[in-house]
Design a protein around this ligand. Structure first.
Ligand code: FA5
Ligand code: MG
Length: 451
């Protein structure tokens, strides 16, 4: 059986992205509404907070050491995005419910790490030991104030040439370089070990523990410096002098392409907010990229996450707003907090439906369409359907109830959609019309049965 044919957007046989025409196939799942984002380049738009944030972070990385790559097109191969980075065949990130496929072999990059291998190679040609990549990335995801199907990442990497030296000499050089970086104005309140074997974590082949730990320390210092820079800008923007140190914590993490791996979280308004993932680059990746003689680190951070806390921007949709009341507030080189324009009323609408889920009962009970055919319900498909209808008029979507019928085994879901414009008051008729569209498309495209 072909996979979820009824969920396919109405797309022609080819899709032209960034001037290249691709064949579409049964994997294609890019909705036409997404195409407008591929040409926006917020990270390169003068005065835009995403571009300003990028520049502020870039200012910490000397261009003599770090090459800049800020115009890499978003269409990459499955090999670049997943295979070359060591993602296992069955990794969830590869699924069509999480990733936008142009076709079976091509995706919209889900992270800037897709460019690691080629840039490890090319930065050397430019005589650099590192790089920074800023770019738009694409993920099928939930709908709320901090999630959007397009966001921006900055990837950074730094390598140290071994040059035939002993491990002890390399460690010494890395630590000497670290000393020269200075202290960061942050308070590290929790810190996972630099390296701890167990839970499937092991030192990458070709590294000594001392090397991995030295590179890990260098990496952490560099990123703590990023956080202290961003927070001193945030304090400036709020018209305060840099006061209390920001609290951060290092949490151990897993990425297929780094080992050891960490995430950095920042205490912000009483909550821990993850801002980046990072780690010591696995040696096989560097070897593969022709950098056998180097050891190094890499990180990937979310630019929106950082811009939101730096400028006090409360909703991720605002970055895409072309309303002068938003765009007019930001000037390059001027730290100023975002001033919210008035908040317009919200309007909640619930929608409940039966999906077949685990239940075998749906078909027996006469459930319609794809769901009855044994197709699984993927929440991200529903999210995308709602985005397709409501666009930026939807603030968030929450699952508020879920149960399985004890007799038929059918599963029922109820979602609450919160409609609110950032720019004006929505009329009742308008919201009713959107909700009616969501309901009819749910039946048509996802084959669920409305309750
Ligand atoms: C990655 O994407 C890895 N490529 C990061 C990395 C690079 C690790 C190099 C090691 C070496 P992750 O999926 O956690 O990891 O995303 C990285 C950061 O992007 C997150 O910490 C967060 O700041 C941001 N981010 C992730 N998902 C979203 C989203 N839906 N909306 C906004 N920001 C997001
Ligand atoms: Mg993460």
């Amino acid at each position: 059986a072909s996979s979820s044919s009824s969920q396919l957007p109405e797309l022609p046989n080819t899709l032209t992205l960034a001037n290249i025409t691709h064949n579409t196939d049964a994997h294609t799942n890019i909705p036409p509404t997404l195409l407008q984002y591929l040409t926006r380049n917020l990270h390169l738009t003068p005065h835009h907070p995403i571009s300003n944030t990028r520049k502020i972070i870039e200012s910490l990385f000397p261009p003599e050491t770090f090459a800049r790559y800020n115009t890499l097109p978003p269409v990459v191969t499955v090999a670049q995005n997943f295979d070359c980075l060591g993602f296992p065949e069955d990794h969830v990130g590869r699924s069509r419910s999480d990733t936008y496929y142009v076709n079976k072999y091509t995706v919209l990059r889900t992270h800037t790490s897709a460019h690691q291998a080629e840039k490890f190679r090319s930065m050397r040609g430019e005589g650099k030991d590192g790089y920074l990549i800023s770019a738009d990335v694409y993920r099928r995801d939930a709908i709320d104030k901090s999630h959007y199907p397009v966001f921006h990442q900055m990837e950074g990497a730094r390598v140290f040439e071994r040059g035939g030296r002993s491990s002890a000499e390399v460690v010494e050089e890395v630590l000497r370089d670290l000393e020269g970086m200075g202290e960061a104005n942050v308070e590290v309140v929790e810190s996972c070990p630099l390296f701890e074997e167990g839970n499937g974590v092991q030192i990458a082949k070709g590294h000594s523990v001392e090397e991995a730990e030295a590179v890990g320390r260098h990496l952490r210092r560099q990123l703590e410096l990023v956080v202290s820079k961003v927070f001193s800008e945030a304090a400036l923007a709020a018209g305060k002098t840099v006061g209390e140190k920001v609290k951060v914590r290092w949490v151990s993490a897993y990425f297929p392409f780094t080992s050891p791996s960490y995430e950095l979280e920042v205490l912000w308004n009483g909550e821990w907010l993850e801002i980046l993932g990072c780690g010591v680059i696995r040696q096989d990746l560097l070897d593969y990229a022709g950098r056998k003689d180097s050891i190094g680190w890499a990180f990937g951070l979310g630019i929106e996450r950082i811009a939101m806390l730096m400028y006090g921007i409360p909703d991720i949709r605002l970055f895409w707003s072309q309303d002068e009341r938003f765009t007019g507030q930001f000037k390059e080189g001027v730290a100023k907090r975002f001033e919210a324009f008035s908040k317009y009323p919200q309007c909640f609408k619930d929608v409940a439906f039966w999906v077949s889920g685990e239940g075998r009962g749906a078909a027996a009970a006469g459930g319609a369409g794809v769901a009855a055919g044994g197709e699984e319900f993927h929440e991200n498909d529903f999210m995308e359907l709602v985005r397709g209808v409501g666009g930026d008029l939807v603030e968030d979507v929450k699952l508020i109830d879920e149960f399985t019928h004890p007799k038929t085994g059918r599963k029922s879901m109820c979602y609450r959609i919160n409609y609110r414009s950032l720019e004006r008051t929505l009329t009742n008729e308008e919201v009713d019309e959107l909700q009616a569209k969501v309901r009819s498309q749910l039946e048509e495209k996802m084959g669920v049965q409305l309750r």
